[in-house]
Design a protein around this ligand. Structure first.
Ligand SMILES: O=C(O)CCC(=O)C(=O)O
Length: 181
């Protein structure tokens, strides 16, 4: 089956969350490769609103930034499965350091099989654990709503690659493609 003939699986979920097809792919990568140490809990976003009164923060908004983790192998203790702290995308509390992290949070790890995808609000606190295996455990793609930008990834997709992907994929990757000057 050609890639463009495959039924869409992930995109309809973003369309449902955001109520539109007007979002974009803003990058991706593979994280916590073999040899990676435990990560402190973190969120992948910052607050672009900078409300001086702090009446409104990014945590009050519908997720502008969604990460999809595609599992290339089962999550196991050896390969450093990720912990996710439910509901923290709404939190305004400081994120605890590794030393401060309570036991129940250390144990909030996903038991997820190879081939599954984890779709998460990037504001939700999470962190990989030590990868003692010889395998990368997942690759990731980042999607952002129409008003949110991740400028650091602009130009990261070579034009020659962009020209080989479907029209829908080109539309999604419009802010990534390297435009020759
Ligand atoms: O690799 C993981 O388990 C998590 C990666 C991650 O949280 C990150 O790099 O932001």
């Amino acid at each position: 089956m050609a890639p463009t003939d495959r039924p869409a699986t992930i995109l309809p979920i973003q369309e449902k969350i955001w109520g539109t097809t007007e979002f974009q792919c803003s990058g991706g990568g593979d994280y916590s490769l073999p040899g990676a140490k435990i990560q402190k809990l973190h969120a992948d976003t910052w607050d672009p609103l900078n409300d001086p009164l702090a009446d409104v923060t990014i945590s009050d908004l519908l997720a502008p930034f969604i990460v999809v983790n595609f599992l290339t192998t089962n999550f196991t203790a050896e390969n450093g499965r990720t912990r996710y702290i439910r509901g923290t995308q709404r939190s305004r509390h400081p994120i605890p350091s590794l030393e401060e992290e309570s036991e129940w949070r250390q144990k909030s790890i996903l038991c997820t099989p190879a081939g599954a995808s984890v779709i998460r609000d990037a504001q939700c606190w999470h962190g990989g654990t030590e990868n003692r295996s010889g395998l990368a455990r997942m690759i990731s793609a980042v999607y952002t709503t129409s008003w949110f930008r991740l400028p650091r990834n602009a130009g990261s997709l070579p034009l020659e690659t962009y020209q080989t992907i479907s029209g829908r994929a080109q539309d999604l990757c419009r802010s990534l493609v390297a435009i020759p000057s």
